[in-house]
Design a protein around this ligand. Structure first.
Ligand code: NAD
Length: 558
């Protein structure tokens, strides 16, 4: 029988509480986080098993999903389930320290690592696109990206010599699972923002969750509202239903006519996958059918539209705006569509994030398996007490508690680095052991990370030693986390920027309150960010060397 890829009748919600049906918390946590990824509150298109990022899936088919859940419930505490691109393919006897699940998603041999070949294999039912945290079961909804986006816009403000974005206007597009964090990230930084999306339902969803203040289908009123907010120094996010390939050039024309001045321009449409970017001249309603009917022609048209979109961004840069690629391969795709100047604006990592990566800092996240928001508020307080000096962290935790609407299992994200994360993990484990938290906590991270990704258009763009495309690092990261006691480890290809453009790894570790969990957490949460410091030491970053010296990281040839 054909695998079921679309089933609008399925409604998934992870079990809550401290009773498990699986035989270990490692297996129970993996099962709940897989289910949580497909919760309608969390996933962008749960009926298609699509979590976020274009077509990033949690399982290959509904049959594969059911088989994973069944297998995790039956899995012994000394067994490991292997998942090959969303399909459970084997269970092996290992040992208690081993991960309960090992996942490999979307990996292809170099010469075959192209979208057409990937799609051919996908249509044969042999693979799936795992994105980053979709196929590795640690997506936590839009909050996951909110903090990083907030930090990025704060860094943009600093680069403009400002304390905040007050009195500035940002322009962006893409209000999907990740991109939907942009409007709130800008208003948390006190700025005004105009965000364009072709799909009205995405803007409506962001409003419902408090990430967007308002939206309209009318360009004139969107511009008027955004400009008024900028002039008044008020934070405001305005959504506009429209195609970025048309709206960006139009806004540039209006800027030249003196109607507005845009200060910051970026984009988070799903440009990494040309079939997930709507070209000009195609209606949202016909999108899927058109992409399926002739993927090659659709790709050509999408790239052509991206070129128009990017040419407008370059024009804004020429006119003095701060312009950056926000990690979606827009420049690369637009260049294929004929935008020769696409790479004249930088990616956000070299422009704003790399100094943090040198310290092994990056998005660190956890979710409460109890389902009780109070458990997260207690962990917020614990983090604030553990790091009393970090004022930016405190500011974030306060804003998050106030503004972040939980989607699915309550969760939190914050940026912590090497020799910091394990302190949080050990503290959470103690709080589970003492009963202060009502059920175990899962602790993981994004693959947008300092040590576990090779992605020359994003995380490893413009590395000091030119090692952008060296992919040994994520492999070593995954092997080390597997050896250190992680509960599940994943190794993916193509996340964020698309097939052929990245290799990256993830880990999730459970704090179930046991002594064994404490030992595992201490190792994983030290070693995992440690690989980020190591990678940047190796690439010749001075600050990373200082961190390695100060914090005792052993690097043989340093
Ligand atoms: P998504 O698929 O959920 O959302 C993309 C949105 O873009 C959709 O709402 C879609 O309607 C809209 N869109 C498509 N074509 C458009 C067009 N021509 N004009 C206007 N809107 C259009 O994807 P997502 O999860 O939000 O991710 C967006 C991109 O960001 C992806 O490429 C992803 O890989 C990348 N990403 C970046 C980061 C980061 O940290 N910078 C992290 C994760 C993902």
């Amino acid at each position: 029988p054909e695998p079921t890829l679309h089933d609008p009748t399925r409604r998934i919600r992870a079990p809550r509480g401290n009773q498990r049906t699986a035989k270990s918390w490692g297996a129970e946590a993996a099962k709940r986080m897989l289910m949580n990824n497909l919760d309608a509150e969390v996933a962008e298109h749960p009926e298609d098993l699509v979590v976020y990022g274009g077509t990033g899936r949690a399982a290959r088919s509904w049959e594969a999903y059911d088989a994973i859940v069944r297998t995790l419930d039956e899995l012994e505490p000394d067994e490991t389930l292997l998942v090959q691109s969303g399909k459970p393919v084997g269970v092996f006897r290992t040992h208690e320290w081993a991960p309960r699940v090992l996942i490999a998603n979307s990996n292809l041999v170099g010469d075959w690592a192209t979208w057409p070949e990937f799609r051919r294999l996908e249509s044969l039912g042999l693979t799936m696109y795992g994105q980053m945290t979709a196929g590795s079961w640690i997506y936590i909804g839009t909050q996951g990206i909110l903090q990083g986006t907030y930090e990025t816009f704060a860094a943009v403000a600093r680069s403009l010599g400002r304390e905040s974005l007050k009195g500035t206007l940002s322009l962006t597009a893409g209000a999907g699972g990740m991109g939907g964090a942009q409007p709130l990230a800008v208003t948390l930084n006190e700025g005004a923002v105009l965000i364009v999306d072709v799909d009205e339902s995405r803007l409506a969803r962001r409003m419902e969750h408090g990430y967007l203040d308002e939206y309209t289908t009318d360009l004139d009123s969107a511009v008027a509202r955004a400009v008024a907010a900028k002039d008044a120094g008020q934070p405001l996010s305005v959504g506009l239903v429209g195609n970025a390939a048309e709206i960006f050039p139009e806004l540039f024309r209006r800027q030249q006519a003196g109607e507005l001045v845009v200060d910051i321009v970026t984009d988070q449409t799903s440009a990494h996958d040309p079939l997930a970017y709507l070209p000009l001249g195609i209606d949202v309603a016909d999108w899927k059918a058109e992409a399926e009917r002739d993927p090659a022609e659709f790709t050509r048209r999408a790239r052509e539209s991206m070129a128009a979109h990017v040419n407008a961004m370059v024009a804004f840069q020429d006119a003095g705006a701060a312009v950056f690629d926000y990690g979606n391969s827009l420049r690369a795709e637009a260049k294929l569509g004929g935008a020769d100047r696409a790479f004249e604006f930088p990616g956000f990592v070299p422009a704003y994030i790399r100094p943090q990566f040198e310290e092994g800092r990056g998005p660190f996240r956890w979710a409460a398996l109890s389902g009780d928001p109070d458990d997260i508020y207690k962990t917020d307080r614990a983090i604030a007490e553990l790091f009393p000096e970090d004022t930016a962290l405190h500011r974030w935790l306060e804003k998050a508690a106030d503004k972040v609407h939980f989607e699915g299992l309550p969760a939190r994200i914050c940026w912590l680095g090497y020799q910091e994360r394990h302190l949080a993990g050990l503290k959470f484990n103690e709080m589970v052991a003492s009963g202060e938290l009502s059920a175990p906590i899962v602790i993981g991270r994004d693959h947008l990370d300092s040590g576990s990704v090779a992605s020359p258009y994003r995380e490893t763009e413009a590395m000091k030693d030119g090692s952008d495309a060296i992919a040994d690092w994520p492999l070593l990261n995954a092997l080390l986390n597997t050896s250190s006691g992680a509960s599940w480890v994943s190794l993916h290809h193509g996340g964020g920027v698309g097939i052929g453009r990245s290799i990256h790894a993830g880990q999730v570790t459970v704090a179930d309150g046991s002594e064994l969990a404490a030992q595992k957490l201490e190792r994983v949460l030290t070693n995992d960010p440690g690989t980020g410091v190591m990678r940047h030491v190796d690439a010749g970053y001075e600050h990373a060397r200082d961190i390695a010296h100060e914090r005792g990281l052993k690097v043989p040839m340093l």
